[in-house]
Ligand binder design. Structure first.
Ligand code: GLN
Length: 453
């Protein structure tokens, strides 16, 4: 197929199926067709790379020049970014064709895609259920084959959890592997962009294009990018898989435990050995995260003041009134909750008790993983404690919602790479298994996922 034919095919699917799913915030059909023609021309000149002509979608957290970049918020509903994020630039340089921007929880805060200003996304496997979040639009779009691959971001699980709930593969790279420049900041020490696709092989191709040093992000690591496709087929003989007992609590849904064990048996058959391990501090990861992430968010979101860009209230009485009403009207309830919690945790007199304490817990969690990786090559467990839940089932109960990331958050606190791979269906709903690697071992976890698939 030509790039144009591919783009036309997927645009048609988006136009006919997305009104029900709501996985896109913006569709950029015209630009996509122009990019597709450029890809076909490059191919004709013999200049095609592995991504040339591949249709993709970007989570609406990545700045895209001249196209609305809303971050799922009323605050940025009117915001057309004046530049492209590094991830957007790199994928475009690789020849990818961008079909649009996907729906997401507001400012990436959520696990169900229900905090979006543009309404919830529906899970293509069951339209009464959530696709997970916050990259739920990307996950649903890929799962429904509205696009072959998409970008996501993962601060506490937002690539892996929706990948699990929609039956696709999603990878969060090592912190610093992919540039955050032009990616709207939620919690800067945790945020990381990664690929979401139907297979580990596709994630490998995308990651190879997305990763790499960027002088515009000082936390982006200057280290050569691996060829993530090179080792996909490598046999798993001798691979040591660590199973932390904390990821298999007695309260875990028995069906999810069974699916995880079935996946592990398959890997054992291929020559891997299973090692029981313990990560004693990971039980503290959710509370530590919900101090650190809101603290960073409260600082990052202070830029949305109604002055420079984004939403501004009507008829402000004075400057104070403009700040107040622009922020009250522009932000949704969950975002306000995070700003309040974060501001409180950082305030004089509470800083040591909350923020500093959480940072100490974060170090203990990193140390747990470092010790574990002296014994094992990868660590596995379920991605999500639950299958896709009903729309509205948790929206009134933030703490229950926060527990959706109980198995994914520790990885962000430690800055490690991890992916979620599909491991079958339970009662017609997808289940995901998580594979965590040591720093910069994205190739190894992709190898495990590829051999499993
Ligand atoms: N669900 C978590 C939160 O609400 C993680 C979100 C994310 O990874 N962006 O903060």
């Amino acid at each position: 197929y030509s790039a144009r034919e591919l783009a036309e095919h997927f645009i048609k699917r988006i136009q006919s199926l997305d009104p029900e799913l709501n996985s896109f915030i913006s569709i950029t059909a015209e630009q996509a067709l122009a990019q597709a023609d450029a890809a076909d021309a490059a191919r004709a000149r013999g200049e095609a790379g592995p991504l040339t002509g591949l249709p993709i979608a970007h989570k609406d957290i990545f700045c895209t020049r001249g196209v609305r970049t809303s971050c799922g918020s009323r605050m940025l509903d009117n915001f057309n970014a004046p530049y492209d994020a590094t991830v957007v630039e790199k994928l475009q340089a690789g020849g990818a064709v961008v079909l649009g921007k996907t729906n997401m929880d507001e400012f990436a805060m959520g696990s169900s895609n229900e905090t979006s200003y543009y309404g919830p996304v529906k899970n293509p496997w069951d339209l009464t259920r959530v696709p997970g979040g916050s990259s739920g639009g990307s996950a649903a779009a890929v799962a429904a084959r509205l696009v072959p691959a998409a970008t996501g971001t993962d601060t506490g699980g937002s690539i892996r959890q929706p990948a699990a709930l929609t039956g696709i593969t999603g990878l969060k790279p090592t912190y610093g592997r992919v540039s955050r420049w032009g990616m709207i900041a939620f919690a800067s020490s945790l945020d990381q962009a990664g690929p979401m696709a139907t297979s580990a092989a596709d994630c490998a191709l995308l990651l190879s294009a997305m990763a790499g040093h960027d002088p515009r992000d000082s936390t982006c690591v200057d280290r050569p990018v691996d060829d993530y496709s090179a080792d996909l087929d490598k046999p798993l003989t001798g691979l040591r898989i660590g199973l932390p007992k904390e990821f298999f609590p007695t309260t875990l849904d028995g069906r999810i435990a069974d699916s995880t064990h079935a996946a592990l048996r398959e890997l054992e058959k291929q020559g891997a050995t299973l090692v029981e391990i313990s990560l004693p501090s990971v039980d503290l990861s959710v509370p530590a995260y919900y101090v650190i992430a809101p603290a960073e968010a409260s600082s990052n979101l202070s830029r949305f003041d109604g002055v420079r860009y984004g939403y501004r209230c009507n008829d402000p009485q004075d400057l104070e009134d403009m700040f107040k009403r622009s922020r009250s009207e522009g932000f949704g309830a969950e975002v306000k909750r995070r700003i309040l919690v974060g501001t409180y945790a950082l305030s004089h007199g509470y800083y040591d008790a909350y923020y500093l304490k959480a940072q100490k817990v974060r170090r203990l969690i990193s140390d747990d993983f470092a010790r574990a990786f002296e014994q094992v090559d990868v660590i596995m467990g379920p991605t999500s404690p639950e299958l896709a839940f009903g729309l509205g089932a948790k929206s009134d109960d933030p703490v229950t919602m926060y527990m959706a990331d109980v198995f994914t958050i520790a990885v962000n606190l430690a800055g490690l790479p991890a992916l979620s791979m599909p491991a079958g269906l339970i009662d017609g709903l997808p289940v995901g298994v998580q594979v965590i690697g040591n720093y910069f071992r994205e190739g190894q976890i992709l190898n495990v996922a590829h051999r499993f698939q």
